[in-house]
Design a protein around this ligand. Structure first.
Ligand SMILES: [Zn+2]
Length: 87
């Protein structure tokens, strides 16, 4: 048993729309439930491989090769775009 809060590893696949570079990154998704909230308020937070909390891998994706922000992010399980800033 462990007292760790709920956390799951999620691997996201990134694809740059400018240069075609593709890569993957794994994040820990931490789930928090406020025990004092009768409604069971539920929040989640992403933590990158360095243990740094980030807002979301989907909003700050930048191509590691060309620096473009036109990056498409997919989650392997869903197999569909999770975020497409270029619309
Ligand atoms: Zn690129």
């Amino acid at each position: 048993m462990t007292s760790e809060p709920g956390a799951v590893s999620e691997t996201f696949a990134f694809a740059c729309r400018s240069c075609g570079h593709t890569w993957e990154a794994t994040f820990q998704v931490m789930f928090f439930t406020d025990p004092t909230d009768a409604a069971g308020l539920h929040t989640q937070e992403y933590v990158d491989e360095d243990g740094v909390a980030i807002r979301s891998p989907l909003t700050d994706a930048v191509c590691t090769r060309c620096g473009s922000r036109r990056v498409r992010v997919t989650t392997p399980g869903a197999g569909r775009p999770a975020h497409d800033p270029a619309g």
